[in-house]
Structure formats: C-alpha cells, structure tokens
Design a protein around this ligand. Structure first.
Ligand SMILES: [Zn+2]
Length: 244
C-alpha cells in the first residue's frame, strides 16, 4: 500500500484546516469579547468633534482631504458619567468623515475600561454579530478538524481482522492464476473510489462517471470492497464486482 503518497493530500488539508482553526479564534475571539461587552454595557453619550484626520503609520495626522483607502479618524471630546473631560478616537468611514465638520456633535458609545476609544452606537451591534459569526466558523472548523483527523486515523489504523468484502469470487480459498504468466495471483481487495466503468472494444466511450459504473462499484455511503487478485509482475488485476 502506498501509505505515504496517500497520506500527503489529507495531511496538507489537515494542516490548512488546523491553521484556519487557530487563525479565526486567535484573531477574532478578542474582538468578540470586546464588542459583546461594548454592546451590552457600553456607555452612550454625546461628544464634539475637536479634530479630524487620518491614521498614518499608526499616528494621527490632522487633515480634511482623505482617500477612501485611508483610515479616517475623529478626535471626540466628551464628558464621562462623573463629568471628567475626555478625548477618544472614533474610527469612521469616508462617508461619515465627509458629512461631519469640525465641532459637529455625534452620539458615541464607549467602555469605561477602555475610554480612549469610542464607536458609533449603530455600528456596534453589527460588529458584535460579525465577530460572533467568525467565531462560530472558527468553532465549526475545529469540529471539522477533529472529525477529519479521526477519519484519517481510522483509515490508517492497523486492522485486527481482514476487511469485509462487498463482492467475492465463488471459491475464495482457491488459487487464481494470472492470465498472462500463469502464476498464482495474490489475493486482496480494491477499495472503490467511484464507479468502475466498462465498455466493449467497439463501444463508444460515452460519458463514464461514478453513477454509471458496474453493479457493486457505485457507492453513496458504504465504500465497495471488491475481492481481487493481483499479479504484480504482469500488472494484471482481476476482480469481482457484483455485490455478494
Ligand atoms: Zn502474471
């Protein structure tokens, strides 16, 4: 059996899935917790735009002209519950940036524990839902990863008993001779991966596919295990296809 070659593709898929499993929760679980707290216990208040600009290399630069690809930012002055004067950063879209001049009043939402950042209240719930959906996908990827890893482990686990054949030659104990060299062939099985199609020499090829295969070689749930004999020297395999 060519185990190494057969393992290559599933292992690459498993590694990609594993990376996705790690990436989504690591990247978005913090966001989920943050927006969830903001959505449930954020404080709403009114603030005044005291500066408008963009983030350039992580630093605020005051400007009126921005491109849609810029990160537009307002500096908002507001008063906390105990009337302490504060300033927070409000990240906005270009559309919001262009429609709110300096000294305009805006409703904001902030967390007392992180009061240098603030948000437009209407946006917070959708950001919370988006981070929740991304985390659900992360959780789903973890479940698929476990199921897939278990499936691969099970497929390569050493067998205690011989496999159950879905087709069988009439006299399974008897030796079958190779039609080319006449030597005794090695008994084994062909695990079906799709229908095996058959044509006589003068028949057109048509559109062979997995549902037009020989009886017993097609499968929906249980893979056919076809009783077969192999002569490796001549590269000849003979197999039984109709179900037992
Ligand atoms: Zn042979």
């Amino acid at each position: 059996m060519t185990i190494n070659r057969e393992l290559l593709l599933p292992l690459i898929l498993l590694i990609l899935l594993g990376a996705a499993c790690l990436y989504l929760p690591v990247k978005y679980f913090g966001d989920y917790r943050y927006y969830s707290e903001l959505d449930s216990s954020g404080i709403k208040t009114d603030g005044t735009i005291i500066n408008r600009g963009i983030l350039l290399d992580g630093k605020f630069t005051s400007t009126d002209k921005t491109e849609p690809s810029d990160r537009q930012l307002f500096k908002i002055e507001y008063y906390s519950i105990n009337t302490e004067k504060r300033v927070c950063d409000l990240s906005v879209s270009k559309k919001v940036f262009d429609t709110h001049p300096l000294n305009d009043r805006l409703e904001i939402l902030y967390l007392e524990s992180d009061n240098k950042k603030c948000f437009i209240p209407e946006n917070v719930h959708s950001m919370y839902l988006l981070s929740l959906i991304l985390n659900c996908f992360g959780f789903l990827f973890i479940l698929i990863f476990i199921a897939f890893a278990f499936f691969i482990y099970n497929s390569f686990k050493k067998r205690k008993n011989p496999v159950n054949l879905s087709s069988e030659f009439l006299s399974p104990g008897e030796n079958i001779l190779c039609p080319e060299c006449g030597n005794v062939m090695v008994e084994g099985y062909i695990p079906g991966v799709g229908g095996i199609n058959w044509r006589e020499r003068n028949e057109p090829v048509g559109l062979p596919n997995m549902i037009t295969g020989l009886p017993g070689t097609i499968f929906w749930r249980k893979r056919p295990i076809l009783h077969a004999f192999n002569c490796k020297q001549c590269a000849v395999v003979t197999f039984k296809y109709k179900k037992k």
